[in-house]
Design a protein around this ligand. Structure first.
Ligand code: NAG
Ligand code: NAG
Ligand code: NAG
Length: 395
């Protein structure tokens, strides 16, 4: 029976191109594994991310990076060594994110908000524009206005599902902000009849009941199968009449922990993604899928650092000379994602905000912990008073 569900929504490659999207999916599954590991350690068990947004944004930043900052991105974003192949991949990804059949909407927008005083290199702005990133020259010091602009940008593409992607506080000290919004809405090719939905038990991998869900039911033709190499059963439920997008549900074999499945997904070759599909007539399957809803707000820096991308987040080490003459590092990477799965279909939205800050910050000194103080006569240097302040009080 159905117990724990791992949800993976992957870019379904446009069949027209012969571009290999394996590196991208490889990145996505590794990021899912690391994000889950990080969030689970904080007791958050439902996770949903938008790996494609992260990938595109860091691919753009890689263009402006050098040294180890660049090398780490190249290896962890699984870029081909040839930058032209990378550019083609990036461009193909932008293409995937524009799909408006009459019954399936997949929409993505990218924006770059930057301080005009920063001297963002023209080449970098041009590169951003080539990949459908809208460039806005803004005064980043007015964080109220900037938050408003960014939130409107995201709100529009997500059809209001993400109204507050950032608060002005998050934008303090940022010199350049990359923003990515995604929206997906589609009906199932085979919808579920709401009158068949029943409350059912939901279990963990040890077979212990951990709660209840509203279990939807239908009998429909779907691709499905066992994937012994990763230890899970798979089911594919398509969307829309054209069936160009689908949800894959990976259900661990009995006794197999979810963490182990995620680890397998991040390590095993991705050949399984196509192997379970048959071209012959599909058999009808009894499907029980819970109706569910996840809203998550994640700081993506820790999982990206677990993956080995470190330099770009390092105040002392980041190298992005292709973006600006003033040294910058990535201080913020926040993702808001929500998804709702119902009898009718799926609605999902995400916002990703990546903020770059000056490495040479205006010097900051905050005496907010125990300290020593000395009073001296300046000319002679003689210390006249010396003390320690260690017990705070409101005087
Ligand atoms: C999706 O399904 C609902 C319920 O069956 C229907 O009312 C709606 O028109 C469908 N939407 C599209 C875009 O086909
Ligand atoms: C920020 O911009 C808004 C709208 O233009 C303006 O009303 C406000 O005074 C500005 N704030 C600062 C601190 O400049
Ligand atoms: C994947 O899962 C299967 C089934 O539990 C296990 O036997 C196999 O060793 C796993 N593979 C890896 C690479 O961990």
């Amino acid at each position: 029976m159905w117990k724990i569900i791992a949800l993976v929504s992957l870019a379904s490659a446009a069949p027209t191109s012969n571009i290999d999207f394996t590196p991208l999916n490889d990145f996505s599954l590794k990021l899912l594994y690391n994000t889950y590991a990080f969030q689970e350690s904080y007791g958050q068990k439902n996770v949903v991310i938008s790996p494609l947004s992260i990938w595109s944004m860091f691919a753009l930043l890689a263009e402006g990076s050098s040294g180890d900052t660049f090398n780490e991105l190249m290896s962890e974003l699984r870029f081909p060594n040839d930058m032209r192949v990378t550019a083609a991949l990036h461009s193909a990804v932008s293409g995937i994110l524009l799909r408006r059949d009459q019954d399936v909407t997949l929409d993505g927008v990218s924006g770059m908000f930057a301080d005009c005083n920063l001297n963002i290199h023209q080449d970098f702005c041009q590169y951003a524009k080539n990949f459908d990133t809208q460039v806005f020259l803004v005064d980043t010091s007015n964080t109220t206005l900037l938050a408003n602009d960014i939130n409107n940008f995201i709100c529009r593409v997500t059809q209001g599902r993400i109204a507050e992607a950032v608060s002005p506080r998050v934008l303090e000290n940022l010199r350049m902000i990359l923003v990515d919004g995604l929206y997906f809405k589609a009906n199932w090719t085979h919808q579920f009849d709401p009158t068949q939905t029943r409350e059912e038990a939901f279990y963990n991998y040890q077979g212990k009941k951990i709660g209840s869900v509203n279990m939807m039911y239908h009998k429909a033709p779907h691709n499905n199968g066992d994937l012994p190499q990763i230890g899970a059963q798979i089911l594919e439920m398509p969307y829309g009449k054209n069936e160009q997008l689908s949800m894959l549900i990976l259900l661990p074999f009995d006794g197999m922990p979810l963490q182990k499945l995620l680890e397998n997904l991040s390590r095993e070759p991705l050949t399984w993604l196509n192997e379970f599909q048959t071209s012959e007539g599909l058999s009808e399957i009894d499907c029980y899928i819970p109706r569910f809803k996840i809203t998550s707000k994640s700081d993506m820096i820790p999982p990206l650092m677990y993956m080995g991308i470190r330099n770009i987040f390092d105040y002392g080490k980041a190298q992005m000379p292709g973006i600006s003459d003033s040294p910058l590092y990535v201080s913020t990477t926040i993702q808001n994602v929500n998804i709702e799965v119902t009898e009718e279909g799926t609605v999902a939205a995400s916002s990703t905000v990546v903020g770059l800050e000056d490495r040479i910050l205006s010097q900051r000194f905050e005496a907010n912990k125990e300290f020593v103080f000395l009073i001296r006569e300046k000319q002679s240097g003689v210390i006249v008073f010396a003390g320690v302040y260690a017990e705070p009080s409101l005087v």
